[in-house]
Design a protein around this ligand. Sequence first.
Ligand code: FE2
Ligand code: FE2
Length: 334
Amino acid sequence: MSESTGAARNPAQEAEGFFPVSPLMIRNWSRGRFALYLRQGTSYVLYTSKGDAFTDAHRRKLDDMGVLLVHVDGAERAAYASYLLENLPELLQDEAIPLEQRGEAWYQASVMALRRVFEERLPKGLARRRFTEICDMLRTGMDFFGRNGALKQVARLVGRGYKSYHHSLGCAVLTYFVCADSPKVAPERLHAVCLGALLHDLGKARVPQEILDRDPETLTPAEREKLRAHAAAGVALCAHLPLEPETVVCMLLHHERVDGSGYPAGVCGEALPFYVKALAVCDVYDNLTRPAPWRPARTPYEALRFMKMHKDSFDVDAMRRLISVLSGAEVSTQ
Ligand SMILES: [Fe+2]
Ligand SMILES: [Fe+2]
């Protein structure tokens, strides 16, 4: 055990500083990906090194010392964030961890995933301001989940795997961009829309994985019904939460199409709010550009060409705005 035997480090000398973490957020591990420090006055003293184990014995010792917080070197923030992402479903559902800390863990892990969405899937030109705006959105989401004890639902979403959570975040980001400058979406409704985009596939937690892993074209009618039920199932899972109407509508109607060919109700045209039509194009685009068990990922160009071939299903304005976002162009406000 590498207890507080390390050399003390003065926080003033650290470029990024140290940040506090509850020991409850640390699962037992055999090889830590980052070091843990104890704060002593204005200094930080090494408790366990990177590569060391963290066990019940370490935890007991912290309890005995009355230590409520350990610290992580800011230079290892990325290692901490990736640890969080991998352990998020368990952490979010761990009742021993105060809700506020679980909310913070969700926020930190989501910001890291969001950074990847920006780096890997969006044009380089998109302003840093946009990243900050979406972080603010997640922060609002965190307050919501913390206040309402809804983290269990988020844990369900994250628990379906990093890929599907990444898809949810990808849809939230794209939907934000497509809606942000549109006069058809009031700015004060954007948060509710983005939360809806984030949660849109929540109901897939109720669909057998074996069905989710198959090409929808090969499903039997009964299996297809089970898959299609995810839209309403998501709303049912959140029935006890005070969600905004836009959030619920996003979850329920994101598979509707403007030509009436969608589900669950075949709602079409002007009966569909613009933000749902925006989410629909972003959802399809994001899915097509990710690999599925039955096909490789399409390139952005191939995905857009495929969608143009089915253009009757999609709102023209939403498509135009998505293409503008993906090309890094400024989207007009008209
Ligand atoms: Fe869906
Ligand atoms: Fe989706």
